[in-house]
Design a protein around this ligand. Structure first.
Ligand SMILES: [Zn+2]
Ligand SMILES: [Zn+2]
Length: 465
């Protein structure tokens, strides 16, 4: 077989891997490149293959950096099926329609800018439209975890619970070439053990060739119990001094983790009756998707649901939809908790809340997610004394707490555990989906521990394996 690393190699975003056997060609993921540098333009670069020649796509999960370019693939001639789990289909619908909407808005903005400044045209159009996202979604075919899916005479796959976000899968692929069956494993984005709502990751069978993500290849997270205790303590002490709590959050997965923690606090009286607002229409939609897919929950969460203690419906919880409802929060004196996107404060409603609360010493900015460099969130967690929001300077006088333990990615120990169990002696392991320092650290560690060939491919590299 031939394995090509067309994206998500030497970097975290833009996952795109091409597998070719005797007569079958397929992609694993086809994600958006995200970042503050010039990576955005990459999303318009021609594909390294003819989309019409691809037999099918296997999609590991609904994050934009894994599914974001699928509408372009379909627009440019792909006519096969996109296989994934049922929850991934539901969440990818939210993610892709939102992405298409943002692109249509950006394109309209550019059109006006070109016209106003009399720039030589034409302005760049949207990478894809809402209609094109819908056409891509029509090609999705959902499968249950563990179900053996035969895709061609040569290829069969099982989607295994990766424990990363709802519906996220690792792939256990059986490839038959010239009568010989071999296994190819993709970790996808790999989650962690003992996290709320989701099951622990399920490992693929031993594989001849494996591809492992490396986001946290260089470090290990704080334990969950410690994170939860810090979270509770921060909330209780802020409410105790009459402060407001702002939680910037990614809208798929992280919002639900935060609600899980808050629901128990609300029920045990630790919130003292304070209201909780989820101020993001997309977070409301993704929470509904969670409620439609309770079969993906772990045993503890299912037990809570069955006994009427849903983490997503509790006294004092509100989902604000309209901008008017969102703005009304600015006038609320009594302590409250608001969860809003964007997760790195780079856009979205959280900026309005920061604008109103950042200068209040009794308030709290509780950061529960990764903050990439050059984002407002990164400035805030790095201890900046002054930041700019809506072109206005703001002194940071609110408390700031950063909790690393909410991460949905396995730490170094989880990645090593996966590699040791999946990669056999003398087999091949490729490390992807990480920044250079993480890839280097994990590669050194695994080369030492496994009797296998460990490779860190660069974007565009191809291997006959
Ligand atoms: Zn992911
Ligand atoms: Zn990812």
């Amino acid at each position: 077989m031939n394995l090509s690393f067309l994206g998500g190699a030497g970097q975290v975003t833009g996952s795109q891997y091409l597998v070719e056997t005797g007569s079958t060609r397929f992609l694993v993921d086809c994600g958006f490149n995200q970042g503050t540098d010039d990576r955005g333009e990459i999303n318009r670069h021609p594909f390294a293959f003819d989309p019409g020649s691809m037999d099918f796509v296997l999609l590991t999960h609904a994050h934009l950096d894994h599914c974001g370019l699928l509408p372009r693939l379909v627009r440019e001639g792909f006519r096969g099926k996109i296989h994934c789990t049922g929850a991934t289909l539901d969440l990818a619908t939210i993610v892709l329609l939102d992405s298409a909407k943002i692109q249509e808005e950006d394109a309209r903005f550019e059109e006006r800018r070109y016209r106003r400044n009399r720039l030589p045209g034409p302005p760049p159009g949207p990478i894809y439209t809402i209609l094109q996202a819908e056409q891509a979604l029509a090609r999705f075919e959902p499968h249950a975890y563990e179900e053996p899916v035969s895709l061609s005479p040569e290829v069969a796959v099982r989607f295994l619970d990766a424990g990363h976000i709802l519906g996220a899968a690792s792939l256990d692929i059986a490839l038959t070439e010239e009568g010989v069956e071999r296994r190819l494993a993709f970790s996808g984005d790999l989650g962690r053990h003992d996290r709320p709502i989701l099951n622990d990751p399920v490992l693929p069978a031993r594989a001849e060739v494996a591809v492992l993500e490396s986001t946290y290849g260089a470090r290990t997270h704080d334990p969950w119990d410690e994170t939860l205790a810090n979270f509770q303590e921060t909330i209780v002490s802020t409410l105790g001094r009459g402060g407001h709590i702002l939680i910037p959050s990614f809208t798929i997965g992280r919002v639900q983790d935060v609600l899980y923690c808050l629901s128990e606090m609300a029920r045990s009286g630790q919130l003292g009756g304070a209201q909780v607002f989820v101020d993001s229409p997309m977070a409301a939609e993704s929470t509904e998707a969670f409620l439609r897919h309770q079969e993906y929950f772990d045993a503890e969460t299912r037990k809570r649901m069955a006994s009427g203690r849903s983490p997503f419906e509790f006294p004092g919880l509100h989902f604000t939809d309209s901008l008017e409802e969102s703005m009304a929060l600015n006038d609320m004196e009594e302590p409250f908790i608001v969860i809003a996107g964007a997760g790195m404060c780079s856009g979205g409603r959280i900026r309005h809340h920061l604008h109103h609360h950042l200068e209040h010493p009794q308030d709290e900015i509780l950061i529960v997610g990764y903050q990439a460099e050059e984002t407002l969130g990164h400035e805030i967690v790095s201890g900046a004394e002054n930041v700019e929001i809506f072109n206005q300077p703001h002194e940071v006088r609110a408390h700031v707490t950063y909790l690393d333990g909410f991460s949905a990615h396995a730490g170094q120990n989880g990645l090593v555990d996966w590699a040791t169990k999946v990669v056999g002696q003398g087999q091949r392991l490729f490390l992807v989906h990480g920044e250079q320092d993480s890839l280097a650290a994990l590669s050194a560690l695994l080369t030492d521990q496994l009797q296998a060939e460990v490779t860190v491919p660069a974007r565009g590299d191809s291997f006959a394996v």
